[in-house]
Design a protein around this ligand. Structure first.
Ligand code: MD3
Ligand code: FE
Length: 203
């Protein structure tokens, strides 16, 4: 952890198992209201391996024709996203060091074969707020580098209950998920990994 990029805060085991279970219960209600869908890469329309949904005023979506963007409604049902659970708002208030609440909470679901390629999060209109990420379920191998794709990267394992806060220099760092360790957690009865990212979208 000594060699994490500037601005990355890693809080391993921040949420105890009881708090993790409460969040999973909240997520069941969110997914019932706003089902996971399979996002498409811009232009190619190639499906991503991660399934997604959102809660909050705005949600991050992507499809062939519209590309990466934030919008206020589910791309399939066209209904507004459900609200962000109060526990997540409290985490942001306690940890983000930013005076305004998050507008978006992206919910990523990884099965045992899903990955996320190295990318930057730059679809927001402001980068002054950090991104707060929370992992639930199976462990993953996470990779983070610098602000250039060619910068060296460091890899570490993220476990259920871990929080990562990407602020300052690291807000525009390249990052990705290289693999999921199936069966490493019993939190989700059918296995898999959930990552929640809380974000500010507007300035
Ligand atoms: C580093 N999700 O949704 S979260 C994403 O585990 C995303 O699902 C990954 O990358 C996941 O965009 C990683 C940790 C994370 C989130 C945002 C970052 C790391 C970041 C922004 C800048 C640098
Ligand atoms: Fe990202």
């Amino acid at each position: 952890m000594e060699d994490l990029p500037q601005g990355v805060r890693f809080l391993p085991g921040y949420l105890d198992p009881l708090a993790q279970r409460a969040l999973v219960e909240g997520l069941r209600a969110i997914v019932a209201e706003a089902p996971l869908y399979t996002p498409q890469m811009p232009k190619s329309g190639k499906p991503m391996s991660v399934r997604m949904t959102n809660c909050g005023e705005l949600g991050w979506v992507t499809d062939r024709d519209g590309g990466y963007r934030y919008q206020a409604f589910h791309p399939v049902s066209r209904k507004p996203w459900p609200p962000i659970p109060i526990q997540l708002l409290a985490l942001w208030r306690d940890l983000a060091g930013f005076p305004l609440p998050p507008e978006a909470c992206l919910v990523n679901f990884y099965d045992g074969t899903a990955k996320m390629g190295l990318h930057q999060d730059r679809d927001e209109k402001t980068f002054s707020a950090p991104v707060l990420s929370l992992s639930l379920g199976d462990d993953c191998l996470f990779r983070v580098g610098g602000t250039k794709r060619s910068d060296p990267t460091v890899s570490f394992r993220l476990q259920s209950g871990d929080i990562v806060i990407l602020g300052g220099e690291s807000r525009l760092a390249f990052h990705g998920v290289d693999r999921i360790y199936s069966g490493s957690s019993a939190l989700l009865p059918k296995g898999g990994r959930i990552n929640l990212t809380l974000r500010r979208v507007t300035a």
